[in-house]
Write a protein that binds this ligand. Structure first.
Ligand SMILES: Cc1ncc(COP(=O)(O)O)c(C=O)c1O
Length: 383
């Protein structure tokens, strides 16, 4: 029986979410943009889902743009803002060194097209220091992108201290909140951010649906669309709306946020237990970002002297990640860990464990057993 400890890569769709989605595949299947009664029923479902998400995230429905996921939402935020303000003197963009590739790559693509893109370093604990941001920001800075929680390490950035610096400089703040949603309390309005993203499959919703939050009031953020066509989503993202996925995303957010304090405590307890068990079988194991605030479900663990790839190959029944799942097709050591000052060897010796709501104590014990076995096998193989 495999043990799934890779909830930061993706989560299963929760049964109540599946149930809420089910009438919208074949019964209420009409195009919400169609003017007939069936279209209106589909549009009502979209409106209701948008309102539910807006209520849960502390926004208005008009500030939400549905996309295919966080990757598209981040591309729309970065490239869309850059294009909208192209002819202004603000051509400087700041991003933190530990951003997801879906932020780094669009920003690098802008750099190739003449924008000035600067990467903010992080401390060995993975944090962007307010003073570092203060020194780097300029009157010409258009956009600052700093994630709330990192997918590989779970490290939570001090964004409450960083936002006022961005505000004062008159720049926009883009926060990648993909990993934070459903794991820690999160309200876009309360955080006073300008742009933020979600991806439903990270919080027990379906894959293929996400959103971009675009602030509409003081300051209003202008965006140029990347996808042109029928003018859906107030012209910001054309394409027929996937009604079952949108309904599923709203249901998943409700599911993930109900009893959040209890969920947080339960995730923390499972993570603490898992860490104890890992240390029992590998006393030299070290935790990346140990002294930083972290998500309650994530452990980024260095197994000194071990190649994480080889360790993974010897425990096929444990689903964990080396580096970020989204980029693990590439064998390079994780840019996130290198940015924190780890050597390439330490980065290659790191595994990410992420627990979820369904994780059981029995699974943690089984993972410990498989890990012990794999470490022993590796030791023998390298004698
Ligand atoms: C922090 C972060 N941002 C963005 C993404 C991209 O999300 P998606 O693959 O759903 O587009 C991920 C996915 O792993 C992520 O963890």
């Amino acid at each position: 029986m495999p043990v799934y400890l890779d909830y930061n890569a993706t989560t299963p769709v929760a049964p109540p979410v599946l149930e809420k989605m089910s009438p919208y595949w074949a019964r209420y299947f009409a195009n919400p943009a169609s003017p007939h009664l069936l279209g209106k029923e589909a549009q009502d479902a979209v409106d209701q889902a948008r309102q539910t998400i807006a209520n849960l995230m502390g926004t208005t429905p008009q500030e939400l743009v549905f996309t295919s996921g966080a990757t598209e939402a981040l591309n729309l935020a970065i490239q869309g803002v850059a294009l909208a303000y192209e002819s202004t003197p603000r051509r400087h963009i700041l991003i933190s060194a530990t951003e997801h590739k879906a932020v780094l790559d669009p920003a690098l693509s802008l750099a190739q097209r003449g924008w000035e893109v600067e990467v903010l370093p992080v401390t060995p604990s993975g944090l962007v220091e307010p003073d570092v941001l203060r020194r780097a920001i300029r009157p010409t800075t258009l956009l600052v992108a700093i994630m709330l929680a990192n997918n590989e390490t779970g490290i939570i950035q001090p964004i409450r201290e960083l936002i006022p610096i961005v505000r004062e400089a008159g720049a926009f703040f883009l926060c990648d909140t993909t990993q934070a949603a459903g794991k820690i309390p999160l309200s876009f309005q309360e955080l006073d951010i300008d742009l933020a993203v979600l991806s439903a499959h990270k919080f027990y919703g379906p894959k293929g649906i996400g959103l971009l939050y675009v602030r509409r009031r003081s300051p209003r953020v202008s965006l140029r669309p990347l996808l042109l066509g029928g003018g859906h989503e107030r012209g910001l993202r054309s394409g027929t709306l996937p009604v079952p996925l949108i309904v599923g995303m709203a249901a998943a957010l409700e599911y993930a946020l109900q009893d959040l304090p209890q969920t947080l405590a339960s995730l923390s307890a499972k993570t603490t237990l898992l860490w104890e068990r890992i240390q029992q079988v590998s006393p030299s194991a070290r935790l990346n970002g140990a002294d930083a605030p972290r998500l309650p479900n994530t452990l980024s663990v260095i197994f000194p002297g071990v190649l994480a790839r080889e360790l993974l190959a010897r425990m096929p029944l444990v689903a964990v990640a080396t580096g970020s799942a989204c980029t693990s097709a590439k064998p390079e050591p994780s840019h996130v860990l290198l940015a924190m000052g780890l050597s390439p060897e330490q980065a290659r010796a790191t595994l990410r464990f992420s627990v979820g709501r369904p994780t059981t104590l029995e699974e943690i014990e089984r993972a410990q057993h498989y890990l012990a076995q794999a470490l022993a096998e590796l030791k023998l193989a390298h004698r």
